[in-house]
Design a protein. Sequence first.
Length: 398
Amino acid sequence: MSQQTLAQGSPYAGGQPLLAAPSPGQTAPEGYILQPGFVYADQGAPAAQLIAPASYNHPENSGQNDIELSSCGSCGKSDCAGSCENCSTCGNQGCNRHSSAFYKRSAWGEFLFLRPRNAEVAYAVPVDGPINAPVVNTPQQIGRVGLVDPDFSAGFRVGFALDMGPTSSLAVQYTKFENSTQDATTINAPDVVFPLVVHPTTINAAITTTAANATMDIDFDLIDLEHRGLLSCGKNYTLSYFGGLRYGRLAQNFHAQYNFNQTTDVFTNMNFDGVGPRIGLYGESYGRHGFSFFARTEANFLAGQFSGNYLQQSTTNSLQAQADWKAGRIVSILELELGISWKDRCDRLRLRAGYMVSGWFNTVTTQRWVDAVQANEFDALSDTVTFDGFTARAEWLY
């Protein structure tokens, strides 16, 4: 049971120093217990302390809104629920009263502003032309490479947590991110645009196109179920762990179009679905006026399957090339987030802003898939996709 030591001047201290030699038969007032304590320098007898349970509010304290707890400090605000329940200690000696927010019932919404990296696809390049088929030597490039390279775009995360005890909780959250990018390139004749994602065996006529364009989408969905617990806490910090399960889906869709003597289109899709364990750490270092610094790191290991397809068609020959592929993978997702947090004086509203980096390892990117189709080599397809950017979160504790 959490306890408090009555300070001098409290109702049962009698305005005298609390620590004094106990007299024979001395008993504690109702609701209090007598506990051996220290001795004064000029006393040889053991001293005693009057100890009250942390939740006990004696009638003579009716003028106080909150009991001041040695383990959580004072709530200090008459409009913060009027009891020390809102101080919510983490349950360990010396722990700061902020420390249990990670374990309380709460709901949150989070804005994500992320950029996929290592996900670009080069689809065309201007060359000195025209180029006659078959293409034997590498064409001479003379301009900007046509590239669909994802930029920053918005996503979101929502979730809620239920307290499972003073230092543990169960949380569920859903994350969604969608990114779409497009690009176009042109050049004046007699130079031409050389296609970079068409199947090489289908280039059987002179390349005379002067325009090309492409679009690419990269999206992911995550569902997390996790248990949270306390590792360590002190007056100015807390360190917590979390672990559970994650479901993840990564979808990459690509389309390129070239205007030869006829229109040629290339479509690719590469999707992954997997589920597996997750584990991580979350720490906060508390400052003044409700501000704190936080850090979060986690590792996820999803066992699942990649499925990809490649389709090339033209207006004169409906199907020119096609390939389908499936393979099992264990995808590792590692994340790191750093930032600053603020809470209101009642510890009901928490705001958080940070920078996040997420790496998806052992994936198959669109560019890697196109290269495999063109080279007819499908062994050991593996690559890495990363996401990084800014986060902003609002959390309501109840």
